[in-house]
Ligand binder design. Structure first.
Ligand code: ADP
Ligand code: MG
Length: 277
């Protein structure tokens, strides 16, 4: 059902479940304020297409803020201000002519705490994003979309027989995969994940890591994690954020994940990845 190469299904897959090709996401000199307080200072990072980028660093250094800036969620905070640019395949995500729902559709987000609509059925949870983006689909297309999204999120075999059961009845790890399926159903080019496994047991964590690796064949993944082993396992690119006492968050070092863990260029990176703070 899912084309191995997007768009290469003979005759073309129905638009409702065609997989979007991942795009390159680039932050250029991004600064962020809450009121008067600068929390990110000219952060630049390229997150390559169809791969996993891990954002690591101590609490409070601005990783979640940075992630929210990437899909314009930062704008929801009244005291928040922003400078710099975010580009998806070279196009300005903040272009005022670009519709906000379009930015949110193409750049999805999954949070630390799984947040499915608990009373809504598993099926309706997966389809929830279509209403927001105004996507029209027939019953058959929706069935196909529910299945393909749940397959991609690694949840299909566990729930195929109870699609009308409430999402809130699933285990924590299943709920998180349901949230991933819900994000995938609107065919994002990028999926942002803010500590997606921090609230989950080790088994669910491994399943989601495998899911991320699979997804990164098609789309771009950016994950915030406090788990260094996880960063090493899943990511190809890594960025180390740090906010020294009283100063805004910056990226100390970024680049190839293996290189950053084996031969960090900065002493602070070395200390952090080796658990020394
Ligand atoms: P991290 O995800 O790396 O732990 P955050 O991006 O959550 O860091 O936070 C960065 C800094 O911004 C912190 O000092 C935090 O207290 C502050 N901050 C985060 N969200 C808000 C907000 N909505 N209003 C004011 N300050 C905030
Ligand atoms: Mg955070």
């Amino acid at each position: 059902v899912i084309p191995a190469v997007p768009g290469e299904v003979p005759g073309g897959a129905p638009a409702a479940y065609r997989v979007a090709a991942g795009g390159e996401l680039e932050a250029r000199e991004v600064s962020a304020w809450f009121g008067e307080r600068l929390v990110l200072d000219r952060v630049s990072l390229t997150m390559p297409a169809r791969s996993v980028t891990a954002l690591i660093g101590p609490s409070g250094c601005g990783k979640s803020t940075f992630l929210r800036i990437l899909n314009r969620m930062h704008e929801l905070v009244p005291s928040a201000a922003l400078a710099g640019e975010v580009l998806l395949d070279g196009e300005d995500v903040y272009d005022p002519r670009r519709k906000l729902t379009d930015a949110r559709r193409s750049i999805g987000m999954v949070f630390q705490k799984p947040n499915p609509f608990p009373a809504m059925s598993i099926r309706e949870n997966v389809l929830a994003g279509l209403r927001l983006t105004g996507t029209k689909a027939s019953r058959a297309e929706k069935d196909e979309l529910v299945e393909s999204s749940l397959v991609r999120a690694g949840l299909w075999t566990e729930v195929r027989d109870r699609l009308s059961a409430p999402g809130g009845g699933l285990s924590g790890g299943q709920q998180q995969r349901l949230c991933i399926a819900r994000s995938l159903a609107v065919r994002p080019e990028v999926l942002l994940m803010d500590e997606p496994c921090s609230a989950l047991d080790p088994t669910s964590t491994r399943v989601i890591e495998e899911t991320m690796t699979e997804l990164a064949r098609e789309i771009t993944i950016v994950i915030v994690t406090h788990n260094m082993q996880q960063a090493r396992r899943v990511s190809q690119t890594c960025a180390f954020f740090l906010a020294a006492q009283g100063t805004p968050g910056v990226i100390v070092e970024h680049g190839d994940t293996d290189a950053m863990f084996s031969t960090p260029r900065d002493q602070r990176t070395s200390d952090y990845v080796n658990g020394r703070f």
